[in-house]
Design a protein around this ligand. Sequence first.
Ligand SMILES: [Zn+2]
Ligand SMILES: [Zn+2]
Length: 163
Amino acid sequence: MRRRANKMKRSQDISVLLLGSRGREVSAGTGEFYCPACGDMRPYKRKRIGRYFTVYFIPVFQIEKLAEWLQCEVCQKVFPIEVLQHAPPPNPQRILEEVKKDLTAGMSVQQTQIKLRNSGLRPDLMYKVIEVVIGDQRVTCPNCKHEFLAGAVFCGNCGTKLS
Ligand SMILES: [Zn+2]
Ligand SMILES: [Zn+2]
């Protein structure tokens, strides 16, 4: 009887001494986001503070999530997770490069316009971008009237050979 009581007492002491919980900062992944402070796409580190169940003061598993945030790896500023939902404002240089790439790859002016319109670009900017990239270096398909960057051999829309 006395032995059992001793044993119980000891296990209670152990649980008081060795089990607990504490907050702990952990890394919760990385990625790329539009950093409002830098004004550009930046790599981020996602951090989280969780309350951890501890044994011997060593965190074993997370009990609850206390806070989560992102840190820009370039400017080191910290943002709430919701910042990931913010779409970056249109970057003229990036749009220009993409249009150039598409037209060079054989996409027609008309197809490029549809793509830009679907991405939410304002129509006046859309025409301006295409004008800057292609200018009057165009060749028109005699069959479907789609326009291509000069030098294109075949119409990417209907397959007609371009002169
Ligand atoms: Zn930044
Ligand atoms: Zn055609």
